[in-house]
Design a protein around this ligand. Structure first.
Ligand code: OSB
Ligand code: MG
Length: 375
């Protein structure tokens, strides 16, 4: 049994080493919502809410998440005897629509508390089997194909196991062609459109088939499964859904409708690690590969992603780049590093998420703080 005693919400600001541009917006500085959760028995856990500053990826933002955590989510769990993290999703699902990133942040902290209470690395607590995960990189939209080639070549040399190119109308075919030409036929490449195309673009998108991509991620509207299915029938390249998959039911819908052949799992987008694992299990049973997406997390959010990605059906490299790809300095010790072979070690040598939070630095970076207590 676990009982949450208080939840501290904090906003910290961390500048990205370079602005990250996707079809729906650009971010230069992350406003990051961190949770510090204390349970009875002196256990403490840190977690991260991945909501961004603007509602361009999903409806949630850091400010809606803060409100939802304070008003509805934290009060559901504070002071309640919890049998374990497995029961949290259901507690937070009842009569509470949306706000999945906010719910996930608290749910993940309960997984961490449970791992700590049982003396297990988080990956093991989740049932993960791997001791390393394959790392991919997501390259933001660049001003020119030449600039993209430069970054993609550097990523290839650094050892990344998969290079994802962000695309949008006007920055797609020629950019992908340039990257493919420079990196060669064997380089594992994918693209991510973040909903930038519509039903009038199917002929155009079909031209991506020429580039031997591992997948095309989320070309169409975030709530649209039917037209993704129409498009998938036109393409040889597998579609992968990201924004569209908000629950295990949506993953099942995707599989039954044929809207895609690969799933990007982000715990924030689906409401936490329980739902992530359920989607992983469903996809494993249907022979649908999954991989772990990223939301430009700090080292805290990354720890949860790495633990999740160590589950067996995460058979494609994740957007789990090392700390130095994003930040001058991360807020965890040690920072996340990638080996020359393009893998990252799953920390299995200590209980919990496997990295320590640099609390002094987090204090220095904090611009807003609120503590919620059990009644
Ligand atoms: O679509 O995967 C996406 C970042 C912000 C919003 C959406 C996405 C992304 C990424 C970043 O691709 C991947 C990463 O964290 O390295
Ligand atoms: Mg994506």
């Amino acid at each position: 049994m676990l009982r949450l005693e208080h939840v501290t919400l904090r906003e910290v600001r961390l500048a990205l080493r370079e602005p990250f541009r996707i079809s729906s917006g650009v971010v230069a500085e992350r406003r990051i919502l961190l949770l510090e959760v204390a349970a009875d028995g002196g256990l403490r856990a840190w977690s991260e809410c991945v909501a961004g500053e603007a509602p361009n990826y999903s409806a949630e933002t850091i400010d809606t998440a803060w409100l939802a955590l304070r008003e509805w989510i934290a009060p559901r769990l504070l002071g309640v005897e919890l049998a374990g993290p497995e029961c949290v999703h259901e507690l937070l699902e009842r009569d509470l629509r949306g706000h999945r990133m906010a719910r996930a942040a608290l749910e993940m902290a309960v997984w961490e508390l449970s791992a700590l209470a049982e003396g297990l690395p988080l990956a093991r607590r989740l049932g993960a089997t791997r001791d390393r995960v394959e790392v991919g990189i997501s390259l933001g939209i660049q001003p020119t194909p030449e600039a993209l080639v430069e970054r993609a070549s550097a990523a290839r040399s650094a050892g990344y196991r998969r290079i994802k190119l962000k695309i949008r109308p006007g920055a797609d075919l020629s950019f992908v062609a340039a990257a493919r030409g420079a990196l060669g036929e064997a380089a594992p490449l994918s693209v991510d459109a973040n909903n930038a195309y519509g039903t009038g673009d199917f002929d155009h998108l079909a031209r991506l088939d020429a580039f031997g991509l591992i997948m095309i991620e989320q070309p169409l509207e975030h709530e649209d499964l039917l037209r993704h299915a129409d498009l998938q029938r036109r393409l040889r390249t597998p579609l992968c859904l990201d924004e569209s998959i908000t629950s295990v039911f949506r993953a099942e819908d995707m599989i039954r409708l044929g809207s895609g052949r690969i799933v990007n799992i982000k715990p924030g987008r689906v409401g936490g690690l329980g739902a992530s694992r359920a989607i992983h299990d469903l996809c494993a049973a249907r022979a649908v590969p999954v991989w772990c997406g990223g939301m430009l997390e700090s080292g805290i959010g990354r720890a949860y992603n790495v633990a999740l990605a160590a589950l067996p059906n995460f058979t494609l490299p994740g957007d789990l780049s090392p700390s130095a790809r994003y930040w001058e300095r991360d807020i965890v010790i040690p920072e996340w590093v990638m080996r020359a072979d393009g893998t990252m070690a799953v920390p299995l040598d200590r209980p919990g998420i496997g990295v320590r939070v640099d609390e002094g630095r987090v204090d220095d970076l904090t611009v807003r703080l609120e503590t919620l207590r059990a009644p």
